[in-house]
Design a protein. Sequence first.
Length: 186
Amino acid sequence: STLSQYYIKYPLRTGYPKEDMRSKFFSNINSKAFNAILKNLEEQQYLVSRSNEISLFNYIPIPGKKEERAINYTIDILNQQLFNPPSIEEIQNDLNINNADMAEVLNYMVNKGQIIKLEGDIYFSKIAIEEGKRILEEYFKENKELSLATARDLLKTSRKYALPLVEYYDRIRFTRRIGDMRIKAK
């Protein structure tokens, strides 16, 4: 099937982009008819249709040896350098894999919740994010406000990493920005 072939080519992806499938294989029918076909196939448990992708029923991506090696190395290196993560280019060079394969590995890891992508090409491990929250939580027990410089010092990192990290904490409502300071969100 088309989905099986897609999974051979992209073993780490959960599904085929829905709009790509519609335009490539069902361009002669309108979107209402396409959605009706998908609904029928879902009811028969052939596939699962999510908002933006279609996957085989019960399909779970399983990394091959090459992907597993890249995943393990990436997690290990990000966990060793919690708040000073190496660039993706450095990791990619260490692994000797191409841009497309590295992008697949990173997307898989983000989707699995193993790593978090911040602004640009900055990635932190889930452990780093949780440890950062723990450190800041301790700080907020004694202090009401947190500056970026203080966050940088507490996390023993540079402004390059401290800023996207505290902005992430703002987005997930762990902290709240007021002017140049952060407070613990309720």
